[in-house]
Design a protein around this ligand. Sequence first.
Ligand code: PMT
Length: 396
Amino acid sequence: MELSGKRIVLGVTGGIAAYKAAELVRLLGKQGAEVQVAMTEGATHFVTATTFQALSGRPVYLDQWDARMPNAMAHIDLSRSADLILVAPASADFLARVVHGLADDLLATMVLARDCPLLVAPAMNRQMWENPATQRNIAQLQADGVQILGPACGEQACGEVGAGRMLEAEEIVEEAIAFFAPKVLTGKKVLITAGPTFEAIDPVRGITNLSSGRMGYAVARAARQAGAQVTLISGPVGLAAPQGVDRVNVRSALDMHAEVMVRAAAADVFIGVAAVADYRVANAADHKLKKDTGGIPPIELVENPDILAEVAAMAGGPFCVGFAAESRNLEEYAQSKRRKKNIPLIAGNLIQDGFGGDDNRLVLFDEAGVHPLTPAPKSVLARQLIEHIAHLTGSH
Ligand code: PMT
Protein backbone atom coordinates (compact mmCIF):
# COMPACT_ATOMS: atom_id res chain seq x y z
CA MET A 1 0.00 0.00 0.00
CA GLU A 2 2.05 2.87 -1.32
CA LEU A 3 -0.30 5.68 -0.28
CA SER A 4 -0.99 4.52 3.27
CA GLY A 5 -2.18 7.36 5.48
CA LYS A 6 -2.19 9.91 2.65
CA ARG A 7 -5.27 12.12 2.58
CA ILE A 8 -6.26 13.03 -0.94
CA VAL A 9 -9.07 15.34 -2.00
CA LEU A 10 -10.13 14.17 -5.45
CA GLY A 11 -11.84 16.93 -7.41
CA VAL A 12 -14.01 15.73 -10.29
CA THR A 13 -15.07 18.24 -12.93
CA GLY A 14 -17.50 17.95 -15.83
CA GLY A 15 -16.31 15.79 -18.71
CA ILE A 16 -16.89 12.31 -20.06
CA ALA A 17 -13.61 11.18 -18.43
CA ALA A 18 -15.42 11.59 -15.07
CA TYR A 19 -16.37 7.92 -15.37
CA LYS A 20 -12.66 7.04 -15.07
CA ALA A 21 -12.53 8.95 -11.77
CA ALA A 22 -14.68 6.21 -10.21
CA GLU A 23 -11.94 3.65 -10.90
CA LEU A 24 -9.37 6.18 -9.70
CA VAL A 25 -11.10 6.40 -6.30
CA ARG A 26 -11.05 2.61 -6.05
CA LEU A 27 -7.36 2.33 -6.97
CA LEU A 28 -6.28 5.17 -4.65
CA GLY A 29 -8.18 3.46 -1.83
CA LYS A 30 -6.50 0.15 -2.67
CA GLN A 31 -3.13 1.85 -2.17
CA GLY A 32 -4.22 2.95 1.32
CA ALA A 33 -5.18 6.58 0.56
CA GLU A 34 -8.10 8.24 2.33
CA VAL A 35 -10.04 9.77 -0.54
CA GLN A 36 -12.50 12.64 -0.14
CA VAL A 37 -14.38 13.41 -3.34
CA ALA A 38 -15.58 16.91 -4.25
CA MET A 39 -17.51 17.34 -7.50
CA THR A 40 -18.45 20.32 -9.60
CA GLU A 41 -22.06 20.64 -10.70
CA GLY A 42 -20.94 19.73 -14.23
CA ALA A 43 -19.44 16.44 -13.06
CA THR A 44 -22.79 15.30 -11.66
CA HIS A 45 -24.15 15.22 -15.23
CA PHE A 46 -21.71 12.39 -15.99
CA VAL A 47 -21.43 10.36 -12.75
CA THR A 48 -23.54 10.50 -9.59
CA ALA A 49 -22.24 11.40 -6.15
CA THR A 50 -23.63 8.07 -4.91
CA THR A 51 -21.06 6.22 -7.05
CA PHE A 52 -18.18 8.13 -5.46
CA GLN A 53 -19.65 7.84 -1.96
CA ALA A 54 -19.95 4.06 -2.34
CA LEU A 55 -16.37 3.73 -3.63
CA SER A 56 -14.71 6.15 -1.19
CA GLY A 57 -16.84 5.33 1.86
CA ARG A 58 -17.31 9.05 2.45
CA PRO A 59 -20.10 11.50 1.62
CA VAL A 60 -19.24 13.61 -1.42
CA TYR A 61 -19.03 17.42 -1.28
CA LEU A 62 -20.79 19.28 -4.08
CA ASP A 63 -21.82 22.66 -2.89
CA GLN A 64 -20.02 25.56 -1.23
CA TRP A 65 -23.11 26.14 0.89
CA ASP A 66 -22.93 22.57 2.25
CA ALA A 67 -23.92 22.81 5.93
CA ARG A 68 -22.26 19.60 7.08
CA MET A 69 -19.14 21.30 8.43
CA PRO A 70 -20.01 22.85 11.81
CA ASN A 71 -18.25 26.10 10.82
CA ALA A 72 -19.82 26.07 7.31
CA MET A 73 -16.35 26.34 5.79
CA ALA A 74 -15.99 23.12 3.80
CA HIS A 75 -13.56 24.82 1.40
CA ILE A 76 -11.12 25.53 4.25
CA ASP A 77 -11.61 22.38 6.30
CA LEU A 78 -11.32 19.98 3.37
CA SER A 79 -8.18 21.54 1.96
CA ARG A 80 -6.51 21.88 5.41
CA SER A 81 -6.95 18.19 6.12
CA ALA A 82 -5.53 17.11 2.72
CA ASP A 83 -1.97 16.13 1.82
CA LEU A 84 -2.81 16.65 -1.83
CA ILE A 85 -5.62 17.95 -4.02
CA LEU A 86 -5.89 15.97 -7.24
CA VAL A 87 -8.33 17.13 -9.91
CA ALA A 88 -9.16 14.40 -12.42
CA PRO A 89 -10.62 15.02 -14.87
CA ALA A 90 -9.75 18.70 -14.99
CA SER A 91 -11.85 20.40 -17.69
CA ALA A 92 -10.60 23.34 -19.78
CA ASP A 93 -13.09 25.58 -17.98
CA PHE A 94 -11.93 24.47 -14.55
CA LEU A 95 -8.25 25.04 -15.39
CA ALA A 96 -9.10 28.54 -16.67
CA ARG A 97 -10.95 29.30 -13.45
CA VAL A 98 -7.96 28.17 -11.35
CA VAL A 99 -5.62 30.34 -13.42
CA HIS A 100 -7.78 33.37 -12.66
CA GLY A 101 -8.27 32.52 -8.99
CA LEU A 102 -12.03 32.26 -9.32
CA ALA A 103 -13.93 30.92 -6.34
CA ASP A 104 -17.34 30.36 -7.85
CA ASP A 105 -17.96 26.81 -6.62
CA LEU A 106 -16.76 24.60 -3.78
CA LEU A 107 -13.94 22.89 -5.69
CA ALA A 108 -12.53 26.12 -7.14
CA THR A 109 -12.76 27.82 -3.73
CA MET A 110 -11.00 24.88 -2.10
CA VAL A 111 -8.23 24.99 -4.68
CA LEU A 112 -7.81 28.74 -4.14
CA ALA A 113 -7.75 28.29 -0.36
CA ARG A 114 -5.37 25.32 -0.37
CA ASP A 115 -2.11 25.07 1.51
CA CYS A 116 -1.21 21.71 -0.03
CA PRO A 117 0.07 20.77 -3.52
CA LEU A 118 -2.27 20.56 -6.51
CA LEU A 119 -2.09 17.96 -9.29
CA VAL A 120 -4.43 18.19 -12.28
CA ALA A 121 -5.16 15.64 -15.01
CA PRO A 122 -6.60 17.60 -17.97
CA ALA A 123 -9.26 15.96 -20.14
CA MET A 124 -10.80 17.69 -23.13
CA ASN A 125 -11.25 17.65 -26.90
CA ARG A 126 -7.97 17.96 -28.81
CA GLN A 127 -8.85 21.39 -30.28
CA MET A 128 -9.71 22.67 -26.82
CA TRP A 129 -6.35 21.36 -25.57
CA GLU A 130 -4.41 22.88 -28.48
CA ASN A 131 -6.22 26.20 -28.26
CA PRO A 132 -3.72 28.96 -27.36
CA ALA A 133 -5.95 29.99 -24.46
CA THR A 134 -5.66 26.53 -22.86
CA GLN A 135 -1.93 26.37 -23.58
CA ARG A 136 -1.49 29.80 -21.93
CA ASN A 137 -3.45 28.55 -18.93
CA ILE A 138 -1.34 25.40 -18.66
CA ALA A 139 1.88 27.43 -18.79
CA GLN A 140 0.52 29.74 -16.07
CA LEU A 141 -0.50 26.80 -13.88
CA GLN A 142 2.99 25.30 -14.21
CA ALA A 143 4.52 28.65 -13.32
CA ASP A 144 2.24 28.68 -10.26
CA GLY A 145 3.61 25.29 -9.17
CA VAL A 146 0.68 23.13 -10.26
CA GLN A 147 1.73 19.70 -11.56
CA ILE A 148 0.07 18.72 -14.84
CA LEU A 149 -0.50 14.99 -15.41
CA GLY A 150 -0.74 14.21 -19.12
CA PRO A 151 -2.88 14.49 -21.12
CA ALA A 152 -2.53 11.37 -23.26
CA CYS A 153 -2.93 11.15 -27.02
CA GLY A 154 -5.41 8.89 -28.73
CA GLU A 155 -9.02 8.38 -29.75
CA GLN A 156 -11.39 10.73 -27.96
CA ALA A 157 -15.01 10.30 -26.88
CA CYS A 158 -16.02 12.74 -29.64
CA GLY A 159 -14.44 10.45 -32.25
CA GLU A 160 -11.48 12.74 -32.98
CA VAL A 161 -7.89 11.63 -32.45
CA GLY A 162 -5.22 13.71 -30.71
CA ALA A 163 -3.92 15.02 -27.38
CA GLY A 164 -6.42 15.70 -24.61
CA ARG A 165 -7.43 12.29 -23.25
CA MET A 166 -7.19 11.96 -19.49
CA LEU A 167 -4.44 9.58 -18.34
CA GLU A 168 -5.74 6.17 -17.30
CA ALA A 169 -6.61 5.75 -13.61
CA GLU A 170 -3.59 3.43 -13.08
CA GLU A 171 -1.25 6.06 -14.54
CA ILE A 172 -2.68 8.79 -12.29
CA VAL A 173 -2.21 6.57 -9.24
CA GLU A 174 1.44 6.04 -10.28
CA GLU A 175 1.86 9.81 -10.52
CA ALA A 176 0.36 10.24 -7.05
CA ILE A 177 2.74 7.62 -5.63
CA ALA A 178 5.67 9.29 -7.42
CA PHE A 179 4.59 12.63 -6.00
CA PHE A 180 4.94 11.39 -2.40
CA ALA A 181 8.14 9.34 -2.90
CA PRO A 182 11.35 10.82 -1.45
CA LYS A 183 13.31 12.40 -4.32
CA VAL A 184 16.65 10.74 -3.56
CA LEU A 185 17.80 10.57 -7.21
CA THR A 186 16.65 13.95 -8.48
CA GLY A 187 18.54 14.99 -11.58
CA LYS A 188 20.23 11.60 -12.04
CA LYS A 189 20.13 9.65 -15.29
CA VAL A 190 19.47 5.98 -14.61
CA LEU A 191 19.83 3.27 -17.25
CA ILE A 192 18.25 -0.11 -16.48
CA THR A 193 18.03 -3.46 -18.27
CA ALA A 194 15.10 -5.80 -17.57
CA GLY A 195 13.49 -9.03 -18.69
CA PRO A 196 14.96 -11.95 -20.61
CA THR A 197 16.75 -11.91 -23.95
CA PHE A 198 15.72 -14.11 -26.87
CA GLU A 199 18.45 -15.74 -28.93
CA ALA A 200 17.07 -16.91 -32.26
CA ILE A 201 17.63 -20.45 -33.53
CA ASP A 202 15.52 -19.77 -36.62
CA PRO A 203 12.82 -17.15 -37.41
CA VAL A 204 10.34 -18.67 -34.93
CA ARG A 205 12.39 -20.56 -32.36
CA GLY A 206 14.91 -19.42 -29.83
CA ILE A 207 16.66 -19.71 -26.47
CA THR A 208 15.27 -17.58 -23.66
CA ASN A 209 14.55 -17.79 -19.91
CA LEU A 210 11.72 -17.27 -17.40
CA SER A 211 12.39 -13.63 -16.46
CA SER A 212 9.05 -11.78 -16.47
CA GLY A 213 10.62 -8.32 -16.31
CA ARG A 214 8.75 -7.54 -13.07
CA MET A 215 11.84 -6.90 -10.94
CA GLY A 216 13.49 -4.64 -13.53
CA TYR A 217 10.28 -2.73 -14.22
CA ALA A 218 9.79 -2.21 -10.47
CA VAL A 219 13.34 -0.83 -10.22
CA ALA A 220 12.68 1.50 -13.18
CA ARG A 221 9.47 2.73 -11.62
CA ALA A 222 11.11 3.28 -8.20
CA ALA A 223 14.01 5.18 -9.79
CA ARG A 224 11.62 7.43 -11.68
CA GLN A 225 9.56 7.99 -8.51
CA ALA A 226 12.81 8.96 -6.77
CA GLY A 227 13.17 11.79 -9.29
CA ALA A 228 15.55 10.17 -11.80
CA GLN A 229 15.33 10.36 -15.57
CA VAL A 230 15.01 6.67 -16.42
CA THR A 231 15.68 4.69 -19.59
CA LEU A 232 14.64 1.05 -19.52
CA ILE A 233 16.17 -1.32 -22.05
CA SER A 234 13.69 -4.15 -22.01
CA GLY A 235 13.81 -7.68 -23.36
CA PRO A 236 10.54 -9.24 -24.60
CA VAL A 237 8.00 -9.08 -21.73
CA GLY A 238 4.26 -8.50 -21.50
CA LEU A 239 4.40 -5.47 -19.18
CA ALA A 240 3.36 -1.86 -19.79
CA ALA A 241 6.14 0.72 -19.51
CA PRO A 242 6.07 2.44 -16.10
CA GLN A 243 4.66 5.95 -16.29
CA GLY A 244 7.33 8.54 -17.16
CA VAL A 245 9.98 5.97 -18.09
CA ASP A 246 11.57 5.93 -21.55
CA ARG A 247 11.43 2.28 -22.70
CA VAL A 248 13.49 0.80 -25.52
CA ASN A 249 12.39 -2.68 -26.61
CA VAL A 250 15.05 -5.21 -27.61
CA ARG A 251 15.07 -8.93 -28.32
CA SER A 252 18.57 -10.39 -28.20
CA ALA A 253 21.57 -9.84 -25.95
CA LEU A 254 23.38 -8.19 -28.87
CA ASP A 255 20.48 -5.72 -29.31
CA MET A 256 20.50 -5.02 -25.57
CA HIS A 257 24.26 -4.54 -25.61
CA ALA A 258 24.03 -2.04 -28.50
CA GLU A 259 21.23 0.00 -26.88
CA VAL A 260 23.02 0.11 -23.52
CA MET A 261 26.40 1.05 -24.93
CA VAL A 262 25.08 4.12 -26.81
CA ARG A 263 23.57 5.45 -23.57
CA ALA A 264 25.93 4.26 -20.82
CA ALA A 265 28.43 7.13 -20.96
CA ALA A 266 25.69 9.68 -20.28
CA ALA A 267 24.18 7.70 -17.38
CA ASP A 268 24.91 8.34 -13.70
CA VAL A 269 23.72 4.89 -12.63
CA PHE A 270 23.45 1.61 -14.56
CA ILE A 271 21.40 -1.25 -13.09
CA GLY A 272 21.52 -4.62 -14.85
CA VAL A 273 18.40 -6.50 -13.80
CA ALA A 274 17.99 -8.38 -17.08
CA ALA A 275 18.59 -12.11 -17.29
CA VAL A 276 20.84 -11.83 -20.33
CA ALA A 277 21.63 -15.04 -22.24
CA ASP A 278 25.29 -15.88 -21.80
CA TYR A 279 25.34 -17.52 -25.26
CA ARG A 280 23.68 -16.96 -28.63
CA VAL A 281 23.28 -19.28 -31.59
CA ALA A 282 26.16 -18.84 -34.02
CA ASN A 283 24.44 -20.68 -36.86
CA ALA A 284 20.89 -19.26 -36.57
CA ALA A 285 18.92 -20.23 -39.68
CA ASP A 286 17.38 -17.61 -41.98
CA HIS A 287 14.45 -19.94 -42.72
CA LYS A 288 12.43 -22.22 -40.47
CA LEU A 289 14.31 -25.44 -39.73
CA LYS A 290 12.54 -28.42 -41.30
CA LYS A 291 12.23 -31.73 -39.50
CA ASP A 292 12.48 -33.86 -42.64
CA THR A 293 15.90 -32.69 -43.84
CA GLY A 294 17.64 -35.59 -42.07
CA GLY A 295 19.26 -35.67 -38.62
CA ILE A 296 19.00 -33.36 -35.62
CA PRO A 297 20.16 -29.85 -36.53
CA PRO A 298 23.34 -28.92 -34.66
CA ILE A 299 23.17 -25.71 -32.62
CA GLU A 300 26.50 -23.95 -32.16
CA LEU A 301 26.73 -21.47 -29.32
CA VAL A 302 28.96 -18.43 -29.08
CA GLU A 303 29.44 -16.19 -26.03
CA ASN A 304 27.50 -12.91 -25.75
CA PRO A 305 29.20 -9.72 -24.58
CA ASP A 306 28.90 -9.13 -20.83
CA ILE A 307 27.03 -5.81 -20.84
CA LEU A 308 27.43 -5.07 -17.15
CA ALA A 309 31.14 -5.87 -17.09
CA GLU A 310 31.71 -3.67 -20.14
CA VAL A 311 29.86 -0.71 -18.64
CA ALA A 312 31.72 -1.18 -15.34
CA ALA A 313 35.04 -1.07 -17.24
CA MET A 314 34.25 2.29 -18.90
CA ALA A 315 36.53 5.09 -17.70
CA GLY A 316 34.33 7.65 -15.92
CA GLY A 317 31.31 5.38 -16.48
CA PRO A 318 28.17 5.19 -14.33
CA PHE A 319 27.81 3.70 -10.85
CA CYS A 320 27.09 0.05 -11.70
CA VAL A 321 24.68 -2.29 -9.96
CA GLY A 322 24.24 -5.95 -10.88
CA PHE A 323 21.76 -8.67 -10.04
CA ALA A 324 22.56 -12.32 -9.44
CA ALA A 325 20.00 -15.13 -9.50
CA GLU A 326 21.39 -18.32 -8.01
CA SER A 327 19.98 -21.72 -7.15
CA ARG A 328 22.36 -22.14 -4.17
CA ASN A 329 25.33 -20.54 -2.37
CA LEU A 330 23.84 -17.08 -2.92
CA GLU A 331 26.40 -15.10 -0.94
CA GLU A 332 29.45 -16.87 -2.38
CA TYR A 333 28.28 -16.69 -6.03
CA ALA A 334 26.87 -13.16 -5.83
CA GLN A 335 30.01 -11.78 -4.18
CA SER A 336 32.20 -13.53 -6.73
CA LYS A 337 30.16 -12.00 -9.59
CA ARG A 338 30.46 -8.57 -7.95
CA ARG A 339 34.25 -8.86 -7.78
CA LYS A 340 34.66 -10.41 -11.23
CA LYS A 341 32.56 -7.68 -12.89
CA ASN A 342 34.20 -5.05 -10.68
CA ILE A 343 30.97 -3.43 -9.51
CA PRO A 344 30.28 -1.76 -6.15
CA LEU A 345 26.86 -3.33 -5.53
CA ILE A 346 25.02 -6.51 -6.48
CA ALA A 347 21.51 -7.65 -5.49
CA GLY A 348 21.28 -11.39 -5.02
CA ASN A 349 18.14 -13.49 -5.17
CA LEU A 350 17.42 -17.19 -5.29
CA ILE A 351 15.96 -18.36 -8.58
CA GLN A 352 12.82 -19.74 -6.88
CA ASP A 353 12.18 -16.34 -5.22
CA GLY A 354 13.18 -13.98 -8.04
CA PHE A 355 11.85 -15.29 -11.35
CA GLY A 356 8.20 -14.45 -12.15
CA GLY A 357 5.81 -13.47 -9.35
CA ASP A 358 5.22 -10.15 -7.62
CA ASP A 359 7.33 -10.81 -4.51
CA ASN A 360 11.02 -11.44 -3.98
CA ARG A 361 13.70 -11.92 -1.35
CA LEU A 362 16.77 -9.76 -2.02
CA VAL A 363 20.17 -9.59 -0.35
CA LEU A 364 22.41 -6.61 -1.18
CA PHE A 365 26.18 -7.15 -1.29
CA ASP A 366 28.56 -4.19 -1.32
CA GLU A 367 31.99 -3.21 0.04
CA ALA A 368 30.50 -2.66 3.50
CA GLY A 369 29.09 -6.21 3.66
CA VAL A 370 25.81 -8.07 3.39
CA HIS A 371 22.41 -6.38 3.70
CA PRO A 372 19.48 -8.82 3.66
CA LEU A 373 16.14 -7.11 2.91
CA THR A 374 12.86 -8.38 4.37
CA PRO A 375 10.92 -10.46 1.78
CA ALA A 376 8.40 -8.11 0.16
CA PRO A 377 6.68 -7.16 -3.11
CA LYS A 378 9.18 -6.29 -5.85
CA SER A 379 7.92 -2.68 -5.78
CA VAL A 380 8.94 -2.31 -2.12
CA LEU A 381 12.33 -4.01 -2.60
CA ALA A 382 12.98 -1.83 -5.65
CA ARG A 383 12.47 1.30 -3.52
CA GLN A 384 14.86 -0.02 -0.87
CA LEU A 385 17.45 -0.78 -3.56
CA ILE A 386 17.12 2.74 -4.97
CA GLU A 387 17.54 4.22 -1.47
CA HIS A 388 20.68 2.08 -0.98
CA ILE A 389 22.07 3.27 -4.33
CA ALA A 390 21.31 6.89 -3.42
CA HIS A 391 23.10 6.36 -0.11
CA LEU A 392 26.19 4.76 -1.74
CA THR A 393 26.40 7.43 -4.45
CA GLY A 394 26.00 10.20 -1.91
CA SER A 395 22.87 11.45 -3.68
CA HIS A 396 21.08 11.94 -0.36
O1 PMT B 1 12.13 -10.59 -14.34
P1 PMT B 1 11.65 -11.27 -13.07
O2 PMT B 1 10.75 -12.45 -13.36
O3 PMT B 1 11.07 -10.31 -12.08
O4 PMT B 1 12.95 -11.92 -12.39
C1 PMT B 1 13.96 -11.09 -11.89
C2 PMT B 1 15.34 -11.73 -12.01
C3 PMT B 1 15.39 -13.00 -11.20
C4 PMT B 1 15.66 -12.03 -13.48
C5 PMT B 1 16.35 -10.66 -11.45
O5 PMT B 1 16.04 -10.40 -10.11
C6 PMT B 1 17.77 -11.15 -11.54
O6 PMT B 1 18.29 -11.80 -10.64
N1 PMT B 1 18.45 -10.82 -12.66
C7 PMT B 1 19.84 -11.27 -12.96
C8 PMT B 1 19.84 -12.67 -13.45
C9 PMT B 1 21.23 -13.33 -13.44
O7 PMT B 1 21.53 -14.16 -12.69
O8 PMT B 1 22.05 -12.81 -14.25
P2 PMT B 1 23.58 -13.34 -14.47
O9 PMT B 1 24.14 -14.05 -13.34
O10 PMT B 1 23.56 -14.03 -15.78
O11 PMT B 1 24.29 -11.97 -14.61
C10 PMT B 1 24.78 -11.21 -13.53
C11 PMT B 1 24.63 -9.75 -13.88
O12 PMT B 1 25.31 -9.47 -15.13
C12 PMT B 1 23.20 -9.29 -14.09
O13 PMT B 1 23.13 -7.99 -13.59
C13 PMT B 1 23.02 -9.30 -15.60
O14 PMT B 1 22.05 -8.35 -16.04
C14 PMT B 1 24.42 -8.95 -16.10
N2 PMT B 1 24.77 -9.56 -17.40
C15 PMT B 1 24.88 -10.90 -17.54
C16 PMT B 1 25.25 -11.44 -18.76
C17 PMT B 1 25.51 -10.59 -19.84
N3 PMT B 1 25.86 -11.08 -21.01
N4 PMT B 1 25.39 -9.28 -19.69
C18 PMT B 1 25.02 -8.75 -18.49
O15 PMT B 1 24.89 -7.52 -18.37
